[in-house]
Design a protein around this ligand. Sequence first.
Ligand code: GLC
Length: 546
Amino acid sequence: MSTLRTPASTPRTTDPDWWRDAVVYQVYPRSFADSDGDGLGDLAGVTSRVPYLGSLGVDAIWLSPFFPSPLADGGYDVADYRDVDERLGTLTDFDELVRAAHEHDIRVIVDIVPNHTSDEHEWFRAALAAGPGSPERARYVFRDGSGPDGAEPPSDWVSNFGGSAWTRVPDGQWYLHLFAPEQPDLDWTNPEVRRDFEETLRFWSDRGVDGFRVDVAHGLAKDLSTPYRPSNEQALPLDGSDPLYDRDEVHDIFASWRRVLDEYDPPRAAVAEAWAPAPRRVLYARPTELGQAFNFDLLEAPFDAAAFRTIIERNLASSEQSGASSTWVLSNHDVVRHATRYGLPEGTDTDAWLMTDGTTPPLDRERGLRRARAATLLVLALPGSSYVYQGEELGLHEAAAIPRDLLQDPKWVRTGHTVKGRDGCRVPIPWTETGPSFGFGPVAPHLPQPADFGAWSVEAESGDETSTLSLYRAALAARRRLQRGESLVWTEGGADGVVAFARHDGWRSVTNFGPEPVPLPPGAVIVSSGPVADGVLPGETTVWLA
Ligand code: GLC
């Protein structure tokens, strides 16, 4: 085994399968903790909060991008894949963060953004300077336009953030960008692109990183043959026939990534962000590829017993078939927080709701949080790994009323100010009850926090046994003790709208999705998402029993 590479830092424990049932906490670094007082969170800020993450009981942190970036898309526009944005720190700060995390036996996952670079990446600058037909342009997707003088885009493909997916450069050619114009797409048929990303995987793995989250993994392979065929990403399910997303050729890329990840002992873990239906999504998670793929089905589902049960069954079955473990996600940096989603009438268009600054329809904050707590506790009892987004452990709601002139999401501009975008879940989290940014840092934060945030702070919730933070701590501690194996057995819930299952050694989870109380099944209560007493399980509540 002497050919295996040795990273700079390693966690205290050595289980190579740690990721199969890990609780992974997503840190959005610019909004987590600001150590140097510039209003932006930074790596030293994350390091200072590692003891908090240790006491919360998570197994790993996933850091959203902290690389040099002009921030056209919150850091998902990377100008240099092997460095740290100077506003967020240095590589030495990064090493220190990894060391501190490993000391607490917390693994570190970094975000790799392979579909596109920033337009300030040196490759893109070189491509613009070199002109049509050059090897520099061949790293990206430059094409001539259509129509007289090529003045029309090559195809009618649209960007995920609104508007055409093509932008014209001064010499008349057009380049493809599935996201903002500041995010030119790479051409993954170019061997130089493939080699370079493999070096980036080694760069971070050598520094001690334990795994990778792969951004827009389903977008790398594209059918650019002419005539261009229409793409319709929105018209799910994707079935492999779309020219831009989830094409079969993409798997060859991740098979070669797996060979790089396996150069390490233990092999580095990886999780794909691939918005594809379950049977196709698991292909990314095969042991010969990334190992895991985010399962966004619950994140897209209503708070409903039948929906949860069907999704859980389907995902456990497809995981078993692929040899991967299941992942569960209720919130992340791209969607309205789950406490808020569950507090709006079913079927609410959250983009439209945000445009009313969160006033119409009215949000039932208590109900949303009650349901969020119940859903989280259910999910934490499932086999597989759970991804927790910063602030959900505090029961935060979406910040729906950010003043329009302070919005940062490129969606806001690209949609002609008709969609506000994702800033409402990216507001810096509150650590203390008072202070200029509720403990986030010494000055006002880069996105304004709601006035009541202090009541939802780590400080306010730490001393309160009924707080959401206390629930997460208790649940994660119990899960750490209990979680093993990858199966569950459905059990009789005793009433409509109840989802109940048993894991092993008597550990059971029971969720009452309905609004009315139901009889509490027998057993000792390990933890519950709301008050349970006198043999009654209240509405919208989960309990773990032994
Ligand atoms: C992913 C990220 C999202 C980003 C997009 C483009 O979906 O999660 O935040 O805007 O990719 O990189």
